[in-house]
Write a protein that binds this ligand. Structure first.
Ligand code: 0A1
Ligand code: ZN
Length: 867
């Protein structure tokens, strides 16, 4: 059965699914029993669905599939033949209100390159069902509001697949005479089909236990290939921390007797929260000092926490339909962000999260793929696992938490968990709980769910000289986005404080202003000296602030603001203003930045990781986002010039920091991480200064490093240089990590991010490298994803970058449409570039759209990007 074809190539023109068309399921499936005879080429799946008519109607049972032919259909034990196939669905007429419907299909996991449904990875078999993969395994009403209790039986070759795992708790297992063995699992919690999972493989386990707050012992297991077992302790530790954190902070306890995590190398996303059996991209499980950076360690802990937290925000309470995706994802991202903030520096975590939001969500919100946090329609739901649904969705929860305060927010989440446990809920249900327990009116706030686009707020502060009153004039504007030309004013929670320009002291308390009008004036009394405005402190609203603050004001705040985020933000704004002016005028006047950076580095009491963040320049993409027309070469030149100025002016400081921050043997702690981070920033500035010994210094670090953070930082520095050490380092790195896929990804990615002018050509060559393959999503993303965000290289004036990416995406689409579609957005930025580049980008988009047999996934992204 060719399961690949039908899902990848819709036979009819793709149609949009609309939120307003939602209707409840006609048939419930309270129970399902699945029986898998596992085999890579021919897996037999028998399913027995207990179905119940959900209301008086005469509609048949309609089951989703993906092109497979049922080998048999039975109703109440009797083979029937009055079923029919309509499009991709199986229609079974039923006479009574309760029946058992049985089907059997054959699927071929080994030829499943889309990695949706049941597929093979590294010789093991595993599943991915969110959002619509279950229909590629068996016939079922594959929608999140059909909740069933699952019983799963698997039979497989004992030697090849000694480990058999599924959701819930194991109930029985045994051996057969023919070399196969079997296992049965039962999950007592009704769940939607997207949370189904099974794994069959040759795996080793890092096992432990966790005792829940009510004293139940849960068996934990992290399953990987035997050679990777030593790299699983960090993930296991993070899992225990997450379990304890969710009990302490949200009162949520784990509910099954076992919790398993399996790592696989081929995975379309980061990880998946299947009930009791999380399946992870191995990059978010495996970590040891030699192969994982500090950033990787943090990401492992964050993703382990994220998936674990889904057990309540996602599994116990799921989504009614996929338009509600942010109900589980926005809330769960907010929860994992708070968890990570509690493990180390909350200030640095907030800075990182906002940087991520600006790098991925802001461009989405201002581009052709902009959509609300609760979208109105989609062609392919996989395309809506976006930064808007996840990260902007998390900002919405954060704003509600800010407005409610911690005590009422906890009361509101308690209410939500209690009221909707065991159901498929909506974003509206969540907001209603916030309103009810929080005692506030969120009518206007709901616009955050329905209106796309990043609000812009202009802020002007005036003061009567000689003391007295200060007035803050605020005005908001939400830009038009596709399909939404007229916008209403939103409710924006803005944390604000005034500081005295002369004394440097705060003049007011922090105030939470709820801006709900197009324009408003806020008055501050008894302001005794010239005030400087600190606004959107902690990034209290996900907006763009346009203020009339001078370079002097920003430098002042970067030295005096007591809110670490606002302090960072002031420095970023100062840098950004300098770089935008430098890009436009061709001359970079960096003295104010140099002075501010000097003062920050000399300030007392700041965390090293914070310093490292504060002195980093905004990315080339972010500078581009500020300009009407992006000139990638001018931006690059301006940023490099400012980097060089900072490098030269502060060279003795960078050298001192580089020497002082050196550490003995590798330790993993927030303090040690901060030292490595700032030291590597110092190395970058030494290189930027043009110091003659920079490459030697970097190469020495590369060779001596006892951890990946320092080794990769040194490699990154060298890869952007012309030094002879560059090729040596790349060759060493490649040889040292031969066979380690996750580290080879870094090798590809680092080169694709290089700021050298030959990067486009290098990337094209790397695509021919024997270690490059489009079949592995991590590898494809490492090269193509990194290249797409390398603004200067990707936007080469001759269009070679566009052509290369389009060709690769067309090839990738044939294997894995989801991954191809995810990599498309850089081509959709064409409106932001000069006429020549726009034309070249559009031509590639047209070429993609016109490719015969294109998937719905890539079609939706490319066609929307052309509009
Ligand atoms: N729910 C997962 C994300 C996810 C979505 C789709 C996938 O299929 C390819 C995989 C994972 C999460 O939020 O982590
Ligand atoms: Zn999630």
């Amino acid at each position: 059965m060719d399961i690949q074809r039908s899902a990848a190539q819709p036979s009819t023109a793709p149609t949009a699914i609309r939120r307003e068309d939602y209707s409840p399921p006609a048939w419930e499936v309270p129970q399902i029993a699945l029986d898998f005879a596992l085999d890579p080429a021919d897996t037999r799946v028998r399913a027995a669905l207990t179905v119940t008519r959900s209301s008086p109607h005469d509609m048949p049972l309609v089951l989703d599939g993906a092109g497979q032919m049922p080998l048999s259909v039975k109703v109440d034990g009797v083979a029937v033949n009055d079923w029919r196939i309509e499009g991709e669905q199986l229609v079974v007429p039923l006479t009574g209100d309760h029946h058992v419907v049985e089907t059997e299909v054959s699927i071929a996991p080994e030829s499943n390159t889309q990695l949706m449904g049941l597929y093979a990875s590294g010789g093991n078999l595993c599943t991915q069902c969110e959002a619509e993969g279950f229909r590629r395994i068996t016939w079922f009403p594959d929608r999140p509001d059909v909740l069933s209790v699952y019983r799963v039986r698997m039979t497989a070759d004992r030697r090849r697949y000694p480990v058999l795992l599924a959701n819930g708790d194991p109930v029985a297992s045994g051996e057969n005479d023919d070399g196969t063995h079997w296992a049965e699992w039962h999950d007592p919690f009704p769940k939607p089909s997207y949370l189904f999972a099974l794994v069959a493989g040759d795996l080793a386990v890092n096992a432990s236990t966790f005792t829940t707050m009510s004293g139940r012992e849960v068996r934990l297991g992290i399953w990987v290939r035997a050679a990777d077992l030593a790299k699983t302790d960090h993930a296991l530790h993070a899992l225990k921390l997450s379990m304890a954190w969710d009990e302490r902070v949200y009162g949520r306890e784990y509910d099954l007797d076992v919790f398993n995590i399996v790592a696989v190398d081929d995975f379309n996303f980061g990880a998946m929260e299947n009930k009791g059996l999380n399946i992870f991209n191995s990059r978010y499980i495996l970590a040891d000092p030699d192969t994982a950076t500090d950033y990787d360690y943090d990401a492992v802990a964050a993703v382990v926490a994220h998936e674990y937290f889904h057990n309540w925000s996602g599994n116990r309470i799921t989504c009614r339909d996929w338009f509600q995706l942010s109900l589980k994802e926005g809330f769960t991202v907010y929860r994992d962000q708070c968890f990570s903030a509690d493990q180390g520096s909350a200030a640095v975590k907030r800075i990182e999260d906002v940087r991520g939001l600006r790098a991925s969500q802001f461009p989405e919100d201002s581009g052709p793929l902009a959509h609300p946090v609760r979208p109105e329609s989609y062609i392919e739901i996989s395309n809506f696992y976006t930064a808007t649904i996840y990260n902007k969705g998390a900002e919405l929860i954060r704003m509600m938490a800010t407005m409610l305060g911690p005590v009422r927010f906890r009361a509101a989440t308690d209410l939500y968990f209690d009221r909707f446990d065991g159901t498929a809920a909506t974003c509206e249900d969540f907001v209603a709980c916030m309103e009810e327990a929080g005692g506030i009116d969120l009518s206007q706030f709901r616009l955050w769910y329905s209106q796309a686009g990043t609000p812009r707020v202009s802020a002007g502060l005036s003061h009567e000289p000689g003391g007295g009153r200060a007035e803050l004039r605020l005005a908001q504007h939400v830009p038009a986005t596709p399909g939404q030309s007229v916008k209403q004013p939103m409710l924006l929670p803005l944390k604000v404080r005034l500081f005295g320009a002369e004394t440097g002291r705060p003049l007011t308390d922090e105030r939470l202003i709820l801006l709900d009008q197009v324009a408003e004036t806020i008055t501050f009394e008894s302001v005794t000296e010239r005030p400087v405005l600190s606004i959107n402190r902690g990034f209290s609203a996900p907006i763009v602030v346009e203020s009339d603050r001078t370079a002097e004001d920003l430098a002042f705040l970067s030295a005096h603001d007591d809110d670490p985020f606002a302090r960072y933000e002031a420095m970023q704004q100062l840098m950004l203003d300098t770089l935008v002016a430098g890009t436009i005028h061709g001359e970079v006047k960096g003295q104010a930045v140099i002075d501010a950076v000097t003062r920050t580095l000399e300030a007392e009491g700041l965390e090293l990781a914070f310093l490292a963040e504060a002195v980093l320049l905004p990315s080339e993409n972010f500078i581009g986002d500020q300009l009407v027309t992006v000139d990638p070469d001018a931006i690059h030149a301006a940023r490099e010039t400012l980097r060089t100025q900072l490098g030269r002016a502060l060279l003795p400081t960078w050298r001192r920091l580089y020497a002082e921050l050196a550490q003995g043997r590798y330790v993993y702690s927030p303090e040690a991480k901060g030292r490595r981070r700032l030291r590597n920033v110092a190395l970058g500035y030494i290189a930027a200064s043009g110091a003659e010994d920079a490459a030697a210094l970097a190469f020495a670090q590369f060779e001596a490093a006892d951890n990946m953070t320092d080794r990769q930082a040194a490699l990154t520095t060298l890869v952007s240089s012309d030094a002879p050490e560059r090729e040596d380092a790349l060759a060493h790195f490649h040889a040292r990590y031969a066979g380690n896929g996750l580290v080879l990804d870094k090798w590809f990615q680092t080169q694709a991010l290089s700021s050298r002018s030959d990067t486009g050509a290098v990337v094209e060559r790397l695509a021919q490298h024997p270690d490059f393959t489009l079949a592995n999503p991590n590898r494809a993303r490492a090269l193509l994803g990194a290249f797409g965000v390398n603004q200067r290289a990707f936007n080469a004036a001759d269009g070679s970058g566009y052509r290369f990416l389009a060709e690769q995406l067309i090839a990738l689409d044939r294997l894995n449409p989801q991954t191809a579609a995810k990599l498309l957005p850089p081509l959709g930025r064409w409106r932001r570039f000069d006429a020549k580049r726009s034309g070249l980008m559009r031509a590639e988009l047209v070429r993609i759209v016109e490719t015969p047999g294109l998937s719905k996934d890539l079609f939706e992204q490319a066609s929307k990007s052309l509009d």
